[in-house]
Write a protein that binds this ligand. Structure first.
Ligand code: HSE
Length: 305
């Protein structure tokens, strides 16, 4: 009747994989508790970072929407009571709405006493994500799988994750301002030249090989977004300097996390990842989040609270 789940933050795009790649940020996430009820759905508690930004109206809350979508698929007519312990910034480019949606979908499945079914969780979570940020899976997939995931097709919820990931570290730093995903998407061209398409595909494919073969030198060459980053960086004050500071501190590469404004970097060791974090923070000065995490093999999971 009640289940609590940890739902991790995620980095959409991961550089060259626009709308397809996602990387899980293991130790940063929200804990969402779903209780099934015959009363109307409600948000009963919301605490932690950005808790005030969680919509309290159940009809506008993506956790409730995803949970009810899951219950409908299960043929269960109950509603949900939801509570949050939040760490993920809202509208920061770290998959906050995807985590909230996966939390609703997985929490409802477990609260109903059913075994975990990743496709069902993704389908219900998509309904939640669609209500806030559009129907895309690039944050939902890694939130479910952990590690690096690739979405082949959103309509058929066809996504998979690398079976193993290198022991590399992620740094994420969110400057103290928000950027609306709709605005960040509006600056992107709808058509690109063939040379750009080929170069972006080559970088994206090489990045996957770098992760699969544990090849940091290739990761360093491949972590380069030729499509979105050049158009979005003018919307992100000090991003260019922050990226240069990350590379100077030894990161293999850095780019915009999802639609921004968070910057992410990949490093070979924890020590480098911490130096990268400190260097980026010096550039931004005012930040709302600065975090390092080993790339996790596990995504959303049930927790006892
Ligand atoms: N991939 C989307 C974008 C954001 O870059 O606009 C969702 O992660």
């Amino acid at each position: 009747m009640k289940a609590s789940v940890f739902v991790p933050a995620t980095i959409g795009n991961v550089g060259p994989g626009f709308d397809c790649f996602g990387l899980c940020v293991g130790s940063l996430g929200d804990i969402i508790t779903i209780e099934l009820t015959k009363s109307p759905s409600e948000i009963v508690a919301s605490e932690g970072f950005d808790a005030a930004a969680v919509p309290k109206d159940p009809q506008r809350n993506c956790t409730v929407i995803a949970a009810l979508s899951m219950l409908k698929m299960l043929g269960d007519r109950r509603n949900v009571r939801v509570s949050y312990k939040k760490q993920i910034p809202v509208s920061g480019g770290l998959g906050s709405s995807a985590a909230a949606s996966v939390g609703g979908a997985l929490g409802a499945l477990l609260a109903a006493g059913k075994p975990i079914d990743r496709r069902l969780v993704a389908l219900a979570a998509l309904d939640g994500e669609e209500s806030v940020a559009g129907r895309h899976l690039d944050n939902i997939a890694p939130c479910i799988t952990g590690g690096l995931s690739i979405v082949r097709d959103t309509h058929s919820t066809d996504f998979s994750a690398l079976a193993s990931t290198p022991d590399w570290w992620i740094t994420v730093v969110t400057p103290a301002y928000r950027l609306d995903t709709k605005i960040a998407r509006s600056v992107l061209p709808l058509e690109v030249k063939r040379e750009l398409m080929v170069a972006q595909m080559a970088h994206a494919s090489s990045l996957v090989l770098a992760f699969a073969n544990n090849d940091p030198a290739l990761a360093s060459r491949a972590l380069n977004d030729l499509y979105a980053e050049p158009h979005r960086s003018p919307l992100l004050p000090k991003f260019v300097e922050a990226k240069a500071a990350a590379i100077k501190a030894g990161a293999l590469g850095a780019s915009i996390s999802g639609a921004g404004p968070t910057i992410f970097a990949i490093s070979e060791t924890e020590k480098i990842a911490i130096n990268v974090r400190e260097n980026i923070c010096k550039i931004y000065g005012n930040t709302s989040l600065a975090h390092t995490s080993k790339i996790p093999r596990e995504g959303a999971r049930q927790v006892a609270i």
